[in-house]
Design a protein around this ligand. Structure first.
Ligand code: GLU
Length: 266
């Protein structure tokens, strides 16, 4: 049962999107930036209130778990990463639910592995569960199931997970939120970097120099964001890449961040 997608062609189409996947990165919502959870939830709840079906893909399990394990940086060994994720995922969901309570919205936790999306049975189960959650007006919060994901089998990063989830639920729009407000022609810290407002579908971005490697808290960076944006755009889903404080502006169709046109023929 494939959902009939609403085509978001350009910024002025954003307000018509009725199913939106929003992805937020670890450094935006953990540590000192945990205060950004409330304004992010404000933006998601406002969209929910407009009748939009919202799915949040949130990283941050490992980063949120660190202080509980007396760690001050992301561990390099897998079992400690998994332990941190097990502790942090719980705290993270609690923080989201606590914030969503202000709007009477209930969250549903969905933890997936790459193998789940490749296995036809698991994929169909995940799809059905997501449909039902959205039908019940629950706000699904998705993360990788870190305690069973190993280096070899992981999604790689949650940007990729978000693009796969957007495809899974046949979203109208994918919003990728991070600490950087847009895609630039070169790393924004470098002189001469110019903000890119719009990426037409046939633009291969060959002039863009991507050097950013992320914050050390999560695993993503501009490279994984552009790859995820391209994947979703190829699948017919428009994408906005912007910073977490701009979530509401992005979801209401204001001209923020970088807008990637979707494949017009999918
Ligand atoms: N699943 C990991 C976590 O929640 C993050 C993966 C990523 O940063 O892309 O901590």
């Amino acid at each position: 049962m494939k959902r009939e997608r609403i085509r978001v062609t350009g910024r002025d189409g954003v307000a018509r999107a009725m199913r939106v996947v929003v992805k937020v990165g670890s450094s935006s919502i953990s540590g000192d930036n945990a205060v950004q959870i409330a304004p992010l939830v404000d933006a998601l709840s406002a969209a929910h209130g407009r009748g939009v079906e919202v799915v949040l893909v949130s990283s941050g399990a490992i980063a949120t778990g660190l202080p509980y394990l007396q760690l001050d940086s992301r561990p390099t060994d897998l079992p400690t990463q998994q332990a941190a994720a097990a502790v942090g995922q719980n705290v993270l969901i609690y923080r989201y639910q606590d914030s969503l309570d202000r709007f009477g919205i209930v969250a549903g936790q969905v933890l997936l592995t790459a193998a789940d999306l490749e296995s036809p049975t698991h994929r169909t189960n995940a799809q059905r569960a997501m449909e039902r959650l959205l039908g019940l007006r629950i706000l699904p919060i998705v993360n990788e199931n870190d305690t069973v994901a190993t280096h070899e089998i992981r999604f790689g990063d949650n940007d990729r997970l978000a693009s796969l989830v957007a495809e899974l639920v046949q979203a109208d729009l994918l919003v990728l939120l991070s600490d950087v407000d847009a895609l630039y022609t070169r790393p924004p810290s470098e002189p001469g970097a110019v903000r890119i407002e719009h990426v037409p579908f046939d633009d291969d971005l060959h002039d863009v120099v991507i050097g950013e490697v992320g914050t050390g808290l999560g695993t993503g960076g501009a490279t994984t964001k552009v790859a995820a944006a391209r994947y979703a755009a190829d699948a017919g889903i428009a994408v906005i890449l912007t910073s977490t404080p701009q979530a509401d502006a992005a979801l209401t169709g204001q001209v923020v961040g970088t807008f990637f046109d979707a494949n017009p023929v999918v």
